[in-house]
Write a protein that binds this ligand. Structure first.
Ligand code: ARG
Length: 280
């Protein structure tokens, strides 16, 4: 089946760990090997290009985290809601991404109010139900969740993030195409876990162990039945295969030094809400 997924990526030619804004960057200042990062990014791009059309935005000097396009903002249909970054170090990306989306003809709509919001890093559409899961607490503000619901006319489910290592929702949570959810429960507070369990039946929840979570297994790019990620242990791989997915590993350890992996390096440009048909 031909895939029409459209994915935005940004070549990591200026990628570096130049500051510390998450626990992964601690001790990594100046440690990223850019040549290796470019090679790993190219390999990821090749894998993704088998299942999606890739669009590139030009990287800008002085914005070392710009390759993490998931944080540009959030797309639904032709609407783009730009991010408002928590850390000054990333705020320069806001104008660069907004310019690109305007140029591409998207309807760029700022979130009302002044709440912080880090885009598709913290806001993930369910793949089976018309709803948006939004992580908050580390980067995105709780107030952004209701603001997103108003702008995008979609049901939003706030999820409090409770572990600083999993500071964006996409580091610990990944809705999958067949209605499954890949996630690391310990990254959430009890209320968030209950909110997830109330909506996704146990048979659809694929729980990731800590070792896989720390290897960014939840930071997966799911295109059709393919799940592309940095690394998955044997148990997780089997769980995904039993649920009907094909797992493709592609090493991204240079980006782990900045606290990112496969999913962070991508932004879907073709998001539409699924028709609620119940889970499989
Ligand atoms: N260094 C970046 C930051 O801390 C990494 C962003 C990773 N992106 C993501 N969607 N998880 O902001």
């Amino acid at each position: 089946m031909a895939s029409h997924a459209l994915v935005l990526m940004c070549p990591p030619v200026h990628f570096a760990v130049d500051y510390v804004i998450n626990p992964w960057m601690q001790g990594q200042l100046g440690q990223a090997d850019r040549r290796r990062a470019v090679a790993q990014w190219q390999a990821l791009r090749v894998v993704l290009a088998m299942h999606a059309d890739i669009v590139e935005i030009a990287p800008e000097p002085g914005l070392p985290d710009m390759p993490f396009t998931a944080n540009a903002g959030l797309v639904l249909g032709r609407t783009f809601v730009p991010s408002r970054f928590r850390h000054a170090e990333r705020r320069g990306e806001e104008a660069a991404f907004s310019r690109w989306f305007e140029h591409e003809g998207f309807d760029v709509r700022a979130l009302p109010g002044d709440s912080l919001f880090e885009g598709a890093g913290d806001a993930l559409f369910d793949r089976a139900e018309p709803r948006l899961w939004v992580g908050y607490g580390h980067r995105t503000d709780l107030a952004a969740v209701s603001a997103l619901a108003r702008v995008l006319h979609v049901e939003t489910i706030p999820l409090a993030l409770a572990d600083a290592r999993f500071y964006h929702l996409d580091t610990c949570f990944c809705p999958l195409s067949r209605g499954h959810l890949l996630y690391f429960p310990a990254a959430f507070d009890a209320a968030a876990r209950a909110a997830i369990e109330a909506r996704v039946p146990a048979s659809r929840r694929i729980v990731v162990e800590e070792a896989d979570a720390l290897a960014f297994a939840c930071n997966a790019v799911n295109l059709g039945n393919v799940v592309v990620l940095n690394r998955a242990g044997a148990t997780l791989r089997i769980a995904l295969e039993n649920a009907g997915y094909r797992v493709v590993e592609t090493p991204l350890d240079e980006f782990l030094k900045a606290g990112g992996s496969a999913k962070c390096l991508t932004l879907r440009l073709d998001e539409v809400l699924p028709v609620s048909a119940g889970r499989l």
